[in-house]
Design a protein around this ligand. Structure first.
Ligand code: 5GP
Length: 174
């Protein structure tokens, strides 16, 4: 994939504020977030500033450390006492980007096993492309901060040199 899009912390914070307002305006009142790690951790933490609800975390790996796609997602961390924590609850599942949708499909199907009242999805970015995964029909709410073309998103938390990263992100915004 050739094209890259750089995001600064400021851009992400603003998008999440807007996304949180959209969730509140829709009158969905989640009891808790489940953040998909590691990309969903920082977006969920920023969202907590606006929504004020707790965060549980799960670790799903779909890309290896060289950003190569694995054939299936893999659970590398799950929720302790998951039954009692999720049963009858309204959950907001948070991730940074809906790319092929495989991770979201996998995670939603896993979480639906614990009889929550409702699960909604919130992603910072959605790539406009043909998806491999599907959102299960039980899921009625899908919130997304920004719709993007099918390019590689460069997030500030992945930057080795944050000044250079923010410089590129800032230039692209002009
Ligand atoms: P999906 O299962 O939707 O293909 O991908 C989900 C996961 O892959 C995301 O949670 C994210 O960790 C990783 N991913 C997919 N596309 C990108 C991207 O453009 N940039 C980054 N940094 N990670 C991505």
């Amino acid at each position: 994939m050739g094209e890259k899009i750089y995001f600064s912390y400021r851009m992400i914070h603003r998008t999440i504020r807007k996304l949180s307002e959209e969730i509140r305006d829709s009158r969905f009142t989640p009891d808790l977030m489940v953040a998909i790690g590691t990309g969903g951790f920082i977006p969920a933490r920023i969202m907590k500033t606006f929504l004020g609800i707790p965060i549980l975390t799960v670790g799903i790996r779909f890309y290896d450390k060289n950003n190569k796609l694995q054939s299936v997602p893999e659970k590398i961390q799950w929720i302790d006492g998951v039954e009692e924590k999720l049963k009858g609850k309204k959950i907001l599942l948070v991730d940074e980007v809906d790319d092929t949708r495989t991770t979201l499909e996998y995670c939603l199907n896993e979480l639906l096993k614990y009889s929550p009242e409702e699960i909604a999805v919130a992603v910072l970015h959605k790539k406009e492309k043909v998806k491999n995964g599907t959102i299960p029909e039980e899921i009625k709410r899908y919130y997304c901060g920004e719709i993007l073309p099918d390019a590689w998103c460069c997030y500030p938390w992945d930057a080795l040199d944050i000044d250079e990263h923010e410089r590129i992100a800032g230039k692209a915004q002009v």
